[in-house]
Design a binder for this molecule. Structure first.
Ligand SMILES: O=C(O)CCC(=O)C(=O)O
Length: 282
């Protein structure tokens, strides 16, 4: 049992200075391994159905899974995860959009250097990601990498490569990154890393024989507004929403239904319209 994920004052300062903090334990390794098994049972069969599509199309399974499976909702709202996020963002928290980031051994999936802030479209830009590891996540299997301090800079120009192996839908890539400054965010199962919406980050393919399975819930404060044709959707997971900018969603029931699958698809569509990711790939 982990009682809290709250950051101490020096840990918070480290996050503010560097734009990331890791590791923070939010559950035992045994609990994470059980959830990894659940992932294999519920998510892998869905991925196999779309295995003819390139990684950049896998978002139909990977995004908004907390609207479909109760266990995923419980994972991304784990109280130690929310404690860590609350340490940075304050007491009122909207869970905007969780996404699986999984790489199987020998797979080609890559995440090029990018800044989430470039396409999320939130104003003010106060948000962050808590990346939760269900497996070990290390350099050999393509753990998350960040450029410390880059969250304090501008949004950098990015080319859109539309690379098939790129997990990002438009294959956004910041090309002038000094990789000698990169830090690997190695995690054990059941640990998380936190990263700022503007930090430059990415990850290499999995060249090991162990899967890398993680989920990245993104959190914002209720006062943020999002550009785009649709009001953003989110779940109020702590505190109050005094602004009404988000269409607030309910957690799914215990048993996953076809309606949940439809709700997931509709929510993905709305997010992708807002972040400019539904335009046809070249
Ligand atoms: O998991 C990865 O490799 C990339 C994650 C990422 O880009 C994100 O969480 O924003």
């Amino acid at each position: 049992m982990v009682s809290t994920g709250s950051l101490s004052a020096p840990q918070l300062k480290s996050y503010q200075d560097n734009g990331y903090y890791a590791p923070i334990r939010v559950m035992s390794e045994g609990q994470a391994t059980d959830l990894q098994r659940q992932y294999m049972e519920d998510v892998m069969p869905e991925l196999e159905k779309i295995s003819h599509l390139p990684p950049k199309e896998h978002f139909w399974v990977y995004e908004q899974p907390h609207l479909r499976h109760r266990w995923v909702y419980e994972l991304v709202t784990n109280s130690a995860v929310l404690d860590a996020v609350e340490s940075v963002l304050g007491p009122d928290l909207i869970l905007w959009s969780p996404r699986w980031f999984s790489k199987m051994p020998g797979g080609s999936d890559v995440v090029t250097w990018h800044q989430d802030d470039q396409y999320y479209g939130f104003d003010p830009s106060v948000g962050m990601t808590a990346w939760i590891a269900l497996s070990e996540s290390i350099p050999a299997n393509g753990c998350l990498r960040v450029i410390p301090g880059s969250h304090k800079g501008e949004i950098m120009p990015a080319v859109e490569t539309f690379g098939d192996s790129n997990s990002l839908a438009r294959g956004q890539e910041i090309v002038d990154v000094d990789e000698t400054r990169a830090v690997d965010l190695s995690l054990r199962p059941g640990e998380i890393s936190l990263h700022h919406m503007r930090i430059i980050h990415g990850s290499a393919p999995n060249s090991s024989d162990i899967p890398r399975i993680g989920i990245a819930p993104r959190f914002v404060r209720p006062e943020v507004q999002q550009k785009g044709p649709n009001p953003p959707e989110g779940m109020l997971v702590r505190g109050k929403d005094q602004y009404g900018h988000f269409r607030l969603l309910d957690p799914p029931g215990e048993v996953s239904t076809e309606d949940d699958r439809e709700r997931q698809r509709e929510s993905i569509r709305r997010i992708r319209e807002n972040t400019g990711h539904l335009q046809p790939a070249r």
